[in-house]
Design a protein around this ligand. Structure first.
Ligand code: ADE
Length: 341
């Protein structure tokens, strides 16, 4: 169920992927937000181009939907090289990775999404491929086993992960560049909405773009998805420009509240307040009560609630803030019992 959340940072369907692709900026100059990161990346790219070398291996980490894949494609475009994309769970056999790596040309980019989900065997295999640009391939078995050393071209590995903490230290240390991607400001998201609206040829007023941005929980992918829902709503109900009033109506009808929380966020907070007296409560207990995978809660629900200060992660468990109670119209009374105002 949570896979289909319209406020999820993850891509929901193949059809949506092509929509997102059509809006994706191709060059650094078109990319809105992440100013500090862009400056650093620009220097690395220019330095590599000047020296006619490949770029260093790059690790992007941060919540889904913030532009990790987009940035990998931008690096490839700026460097004028090819990009081969795969993901941690998709690489199950060393043979597959061997094929990909030995086909890489000088400067090509290998993008591995969800790199924290590589199997230990693949991880071992990738160390020399990152550090010394070679792979060790074992042929034959037992007493006849031989290790063949295959040199690789100087490619660039770009890894993306939602949680850097899940990456093993030896893998993390092999990346020369290490960038955290944070949630976007509402003003940046507004700019992104205006840019996307222009590409989609939808007329959106400044106020409407601001409203969509405020409800997009710091995430460009969510902003673009909300824009699309609003566009559909306006096509059916009004046929014309997207005004503030129509944007609000469309987003309310999707169950997205004024700060971008959806049903699952509200349920999550409510369970902590009403069931666990505001916390602290362990994530496993919450997962069981909500009938959701703990990974879903950790990756897709908690980051934004932590960011806006509605949730605190303590050693004893999760706790909600008074702001969260106020937002939901709930109070935690003296005996820590939640009750309706
Ligand atoms: N579309 C999605 N993310 C974007 C960004 N950071 N800048 C411009 N357009 C985008």
């Amino acid at each position: 169920m949570s896979r289909e959340r319209i406020v999820s940072g993850d891509i929901i369907s193949a059809e949506e992927e092509s929509f997102i692709l059509s809006l994706r900026p191709k060059l650094l100059g078109e990319y809105i937000g992440q100013q500090a990161l862009k400056e650093k990346l620009k220097v690395s790219i220019q330095a590599a181009r000047k020296r006619r070398e490949s770029c260093e291996h790059v690790l992007f980490y941060g919540p889904p939907g913030l532009g990790k894949t987009t940035l990998a494609h931008i690096i490839a475009n700026e460097m004028g090289t090819r990009l081969v994309a795969t993901s941690g769970p998709a690489l199950s056999r060393t043979g597959d990775l061997m094929g990909i790596l030995t086909n890489m040309k000088e400067g090509d980019i290998l993008f591995i999404d969800e790199i924290h989900r590589l199997s230990p065997a693949i991880e071992e295999f990738i160390y020399p491929a990152m550090e010394d640009f070679k792979v060790d391939f074992v042929v034959d078995k037992g007493a006849f086993a031989k290790v063949i050393n295959i040199p690789l071209k100087r490619y660039t590995l770009i890894g993306a992960t939602t949680r850097a903490g899940l990456l093993s230290p030896p893998l993390r240390d092999r990346f020369g560049l290490y960038y955290h991607i944070d949630f976007y400001k509402a003003s940046e998201l507004k700019e992104i909405v205006m840019r996307s609206a222009g590409l989609l040829e939808v007329y959106v007023t400044e106020e409407a773009a601001g409203e969509i941005a405020r409800r997009a929980r710091g995430t460009p992918r969510v902003a673009n998805r909300l824009l699309r829902r609003v566009r559909d709503f306006v096509t059916v109900k009004a046929d014309g420009e997207v005004t503030l009033e129509l944007a609000k109506k469309a987003l309310d009808s999707e169950g997205i509240d004024t700060i971008g929380l959806d049903n699952l966020d509200r349920k999550f907070l409510k369970v902590i307040i009403e069931f666990y007296k505001g916390g602290p409560v362990g994530i496993e207990a919450l997962g069981a009560t909500l009938n959701e995978e703990t990974d879903t809660l950790v990756d897709m629900v908690e980051p934004y609630l932590l960011k806006i200060g509605f949730l605190q992660r303590t050693r004893r468990g999760r706790m909600v803030s008074p702001d969260a109670c106020r937002h939901l119209g709930l109070a935690v009374d003296d005996s820590s019992q939640a009750k309706l105002f």
